[in-house]
Structure formats: C-alpha cells, structure tokens
Design a protein around this ligand. Structure first.
Ligand code: AMP
Length: 303
C-alpha cells in the first residue's frame, strides 16, 4: 500500500559528545521515507528544497525507490536548516538554530497521482502545511502525525486543528507534557487523545515508547545499544518503521499496532548507530527482521 509523506527536507549541523557533522542531509520526511521504504515500494514525498539540494541527495532517495515527484525545488531559495547539540546523556538536546528558508512560503501541492494514498504520514513541519496536504487527499485509510516543541509552542491552535483529523499521533515525552499542560504522562495521554487522535504514541528516547489505544497501554523498550552516535531523526525513523509495517500488512488492529511499535523501535535503533541518515539508508530487510526478533526476546520470560 502507498504511503504519502510530508515533512521537512533539511541540512543539519549536529553536535554530540562523540563528534559532529555539518551540512548533513536530514529533515523529518527524509528519515520517515528512508525508514518506511524497507516495508513498501510505494513511498511518495511532498516537500520543498532549495537550489543547494543537489542531484546526489535526490539520488539517495531514488536508491531506496522513493518517489520524489512531489518535491518542489525553489531555484532562488535555500533548503530548511537545523542545528542541534546533544547533552552528555544523548537523551536531551538544545536546538541551536532553525532556518525555515524555502519552507517559509511553501504552499504544498499534492500531485494528482498521490491523492489516493492509503497511508498518510504528516511529518514534523508547520501544522498549517500538514493540514493543507490533508485537504488534498481523497480518503486516506490512516493519518499519522508527528510534531515537535517548535510547533507546539509556536502554533498551538493550528496544531490542535490538525490533530482533530489525525488517527495516530506520535510525540515525545517532554512535548506531551507541554501540549497537555500536565506532567504525568498517563494523564497527558488522556488529554491529548481527547484532542482528536484515538491512538497516541509517546516516545521516551532511550527508555522506549508507550502506545495508548482504546484497548489499553503497550510499552516497548528501546534497544540496549553500546554505541549511540547520533539520535537525530530517531523519532522520525520510528514513525517510518511504524507506518511502514502497517502499510505492509494492510490491517490496522491492536496486534499489528504493537508489532508496528517494535518495528519502529528497531528502525530507530539502527538510526542512532551512525550520524545522520548513513545507517538507515543502507540496511537490508534481513537485519531489520533480526532486530525485530531481538526486540521480542528482550521482554520474554520462558516458564
Ligand atoms: P527528530 O530527531 O526525530 O526530532 O528529527 C530531527 C529532524 O527534524 C532533523 O533532521 C531536522 O532537520 C528536523 N527538524 C528540526 N526542527 C524542525 C522543525 N521546526 N520543523 C521541521 N523539521 C524540523
């Protein structure tokens, strides 16, 4: 089944206690697309880039069979830029710089051939743009949405409008607390689910993720890794694996959503092992299935 993704395409400057990487390809939709491309060959991207987005960047996306016809290139503009610095525990980071550039006046246009997409992933981007994309899609089977503090604090009312039309919302723990106004995550989940999304996933970095549905709460660990180099994009990569699995199996029920959380976590665990998109651009399905199995083993008790 097809997945339509909208989100940022970016160049990032990343600093971690273990190194740094300048001008590296990133952006929410880049990570989501690369991650979901292992599960379906119908991944379609809608976004905008500037003249500094080179052929080699398009080629990387094409190498994973990602359809880029929905990416607009603005010749007299610059691609979105983000800079961040991670703290010693790698679980928290400071945003040093956000330059919207071509995103500032972006008016997304969904190509006609994308409008019947069954799965829609609204990656982290201005919530007004997320809504504009949604307005152009015919009858999606499932709408998943991600965001970050920049938009929760900057455009809360617009975000709430988007959330009314979202089925599954993915957010991290600190963002959930800000959006709900409550420090307790279980209460936050109830408050946020009342804003629209019936299903909520709260990501907790190296402590895993919580899935809240009508049927209860499912907790997944994060994979215990010895070397973590760069957590950038882990959340988006999680979303890509999550929606990728659902699109691959075609059914959306509690069991498959729980499996999808483990696939998302497996993909995120690969992402952090190298800087930027390096690792998730070069995986194969065998290692993904292998890590998925390792995840299941993590919390299994044999009687
Ligand atoms: P994550 O680590 O999952 O939060 O995603 C990091 C990616 O989000 C980076 O590659 C950034 O380019 C992108 N990003 C950061 N801030 C924003 C923003 N305000 N809007 C859209 N994308 C952003």
């Amino acid at each position: 089944m097809s997945i339509l993704i909208v989100g940022s395409l970016a160049f990032d400057d990343i600093e971690t206690p273990f190194g740094s990487s300048l001008n590296t390809l990133g952006g929410s939709s880049t990570y989501i697309a690369l991650s979901s491309s292992y599960f379906t060959d119908k991944v379609q991207l809608v976004g905008v880039v500037g003249s500094d987005f080179e052929d080699k960047h398009f080629q990387l996306l094409h190498s994973r069979n990602i359809d880029t016809k929905g990416i607009k290139k603005v010749e007299d503009g610059k691609t979105f830029r983000w800079a961040g610095r991670y703290h010693y525990d790698m679980n928290t980071r400071d945003t040093l710089d956000t330059q919207l550039n071509v995103f500032a006046d972006f008016d997304p246009h969904v190509p006609v051939q994308y409008r019947d997409a069954e799965f829609v992933c609204l990656g982290n981007i201005d919530p007004e743009l997320q809504l504009k994309v949604l307005d152009q899609i015919n009858k999606p089977k499932l709408v998943i949405c991600d965001t970050m503090n920049f938009w929760i604090e900057g455009k809360p009312e617009e975000l709430k409008k988007t959330l009314e039309r979202v089925d599954i919302f993915i957010i991290n723990d600190s963002e959930a607390r800000i959006l709900s106004g409550d420090p307790n995550l279980v209460k936050s989940a109830r408050i946020i689910r009342n804003m629209g999304p019936k299903t909520l996933i709260i990501k907790k970095g190296e402590h895993g993720a919580l899935l809240f549905t009508d049927n209860g709460i499912f907790a997944a660990p994060a994979f215990p890794l010895e070397s973590i180099y760069d957590p950038t994009g882990a959340g988006d990569t999680f979303a890509g694996g999550f929606i990728g699995h659902l699109a691959r199996c075609g059914s959306i029920n509690d069991i498959e959503m729980r499996r999808a959380v483990l696939y998302g976590s497996a993909m995120a665990s690969f992402c952090v092992e190298k800087f930027g998109t390096e690792k998730i651009a070069a995986l194969d399905m065998l290692e993904i299935e292998d890590r998925f199995q390792s995840f299941r083993e993590l919390s299994r008790i044999d009687e």
